[in-house]
Design a protein around this ligand. Structure first.
Ligand code: ADP
Length: 275
């Protein structure tokens, strides 16, 4: 399996001197769905912004981030941004057109695609996001869940090879969160999801990376990392409700997955990936 994302000793400080990333290294294999968790201020958003070159490196020389083997740098920004679809934390940062259609079409148009290809991509992305028929609606009149799905459709219309999601469920109600989980589950591409929503991590991510103080403090199979109560508490997290009765190597839990019982075996690395 090839690495969809490789991060090597990534260090970054903001102009005011705040050290946000202190030597972060990890690999994500093509097709994996990986959760990025950690307390507020641990560096999750800063890390995600590096994955499509939105923050220049200040500390390290050389290569720190590779996407599909392409080193992120000034010369490769356009290529990297075609590969990495980034869903921002606040949907309102991503939606700026008068209609849903125009918002979703914006990315493909920037890629210079022919009008018929743009139309096909917008229709396909709206259908995938469960938004067929929403094209003429005004994004700012939509619910938080619908806005989030418009953003996702806009990202998918660019056909990225990696989806990077920053707190995708943060503003959603339980129904919106459930719909988002179902939707993400159906998108068969590599995903890195930064979130405080540990139920989402349990359901979707085969592997999890824990960030604190700008450094990786743990990573491994979701069920094992999240079941380590001492580790979770030490880093400002808590064991998710869905794991309360789960031992990583123990008996089958009765986890609800979109209303259906879930097998412990499905909480193994890579299982939460693409499907
Ligand atoms: P998280 O996404 O885990 O909440 P962030 O990446 O937003 O963490 O923040 C990591 C650290 O960088 C924090 O100490 C935060 O205060 C700091 N930080 C974030 N954005 C800026 C900025 N624009 N200028 C200065 N410091 C920042």
């Amino acid at each position: 399996m090839s690495a969809a994302i490789e991060v090597r000793d990534l260090r970054f400080a903001y102009p005011d001197g705040t050290a946000a990333l202190r030597g972060v290294s990890f690999l994500i294999t093509a097709g994996e769905c990986v959760g990025l968790i950690g307390p507020n201020g641990s560096g999750k958003s800063t890390l995600l912004l590096h994955l499509n070159g939105l923050l220049p490196e200040r500390w390290s020389g050389g290569v720190s981030v590779l996407v599909d083997g392409v080193a992120v740098g000034p010369a490769t920004l356009a290529e990297v941004r075609r590969k990495v679809g980034l869903l921002f934390q606040d949907a309102n940062d991503q939606l700026f057109c008068p209609t849903v259609w125009e918002d979703v079409a914006f990315g493909p148009q920037q890629l210079g695609l022919a009008e018929c290809e743009v139309r096909a991509r917008v229709e396909g992305a709206l259908a995938t996001a469960g938004l067929a028929g929403f094209g003429r609606r005004a994004p700012h009149h939509l619910s938080a869940g619908e806005k989030r799905r418009v953003c996702l459709a806009g990202v998918l219309a660019c056909e990225p090879s990696v989806l990077v999601l920053d707190e995708p469920s943060s503003t959603l109600d339980p129904k919106g969160r459930r719909e988002l989980r179902l939707l993400l589950r159906q998108i068969p591409i590599t995903k890195l999801i930064a979130t405080h929503d540990l139920e989402l991590v349990v359901e979707l991510c085969g592997r999890v990376i824990v960030l604190d103080g700008g450094a990786i403090v743990a990573q491994g199979p979701t069920a094992e990392v999240l079941a380590d109560e001492a580790l979770m508490l030490r880093h400002g997290l808590e064991r998710p409700h869905a794991l309360q009765h789960l031992h990583p190597h123990g008996p089958e839990p009765d986890l609800a997955r979109d209303g259906a019982p879930r097998r412990a075996a499905s909480l193994t690395p890579g299982s939460g990936g693409s499907g």
